[in-house]
Design a binder for this molecule. Sequence first.
Ligand code: HOZ
Length: 427
Amino acid sequence: MHIDRSLKLFSQAKNLIPGGVNSPVRAFKSVGGSPVFIERGAGSRMYDVDGNSYIDFVCSWGPLILGHAHPRIVKAIRMAAEKGTTFGASTEAEVILAQMIVDAVLSVEMVRLVNSGTEAVMSAIRLARGYTGRDKIIKFEGCYHGHSDGLLAKAGSGVATLGIPDSAGVPKNLTADTITLPYNDIAAIRETLSAYGNEIACVILEPIAGNMGVIPPKPGFLEELRRLTEEKGVLLIFDEVISGFRVAYGGAQELYGVTPDLTTLGKIIGGGLPMGAYGGRRDIMECVAPVGPVYQAGTLSGNPLAVAAGIEMLKILKESNVYADLDKKGEALAQGLASAAKESGIAVQSNRIGSMMTMFFTETEVTDYTTAKNSDISRYAKFFSGMLDRGFYFAPSQFEAAFVSTAHSDQDIADTIAAAEEILAAM
Ligand code: HOZ
């Protein structure tokens, strides 16, 4: 495979952009080799600047549940652009999207649109603190909630593979109120809430962890978390930036039947354009300015292009039965990869919920950050590079999810498994 133009661009980029990338994992540091530069995408495929084609299982890290450049979404964006790209003033389309989110996500009675998942979570935490009058928050090891200061503690993929424990530049006092506990460990949360419950504003988690690789909640974990937080007047926030509209139309909270107080969303709701949202109980959301005292604002919030893409995306998801189809494809891929590994005598753990999955290169079950870190990342790197060379684009990090979209055909999945059999056998 020739990647001459990508190599040239990467060397130019390194001179202009830190590490040559606008988000660290994209630099391929933990898997080796040099990143390919993408020119375009269509359906399940991406094409790089050297003309190589890849079946894409990153799907822009989650938003592309319908694949690349879905004609209806492209049309919606084009039509919106013709009317103007931003107004910094309210539009009818924002009301339509807000209604669609409220109808879909059980916990959300009111919603505020922002520009990214990071912004959504940062705002939801401020809101939880403003509402409760408490400062401390609890997060879980390996759960990623964006890169705002107070949440960059044991934050999964990017920091995990770069070997940076947290981040430089975050003053100690900004993480002093962040308590970090092991994911899926109900005893730890029970103890902490019974000792400090009255000081804690919120517990935030990815109800299905996606950024230390996919780790589902253990049976009863979310239910017990809901019960304990309610008991202590602590708000429960589900970060559904990845799982929202991905594992079910109503997200993980629909799938598991557990309703948080606040929910953060991103990725899919923007139809592939930058968008985030936070929402929840009306009495809490009414603390947000201009109704209440918790300030949050943004020039491009509710941007017409992103809103148009989001509306069209949600319409398509609602009208077609995508989730059963995605689950079937997800299962075929996860099972195919796992049995290819088994046949080659390579120990893996295959974690999957619907169309999001991770194959961890480890012998032991993966249920939290510590067990995820048992993975042999050099083996993942070999798998990744072998697959990339054959035209299959997986995440350049062991600690990420692989995503299947509606655009992936059964043939795409079969071809991927066939290639994986060869790579794994050679390892
Ligand atoms: N770790 C991020 C996704 N979970 C990376 C995002 C990106 O590089 O675009």
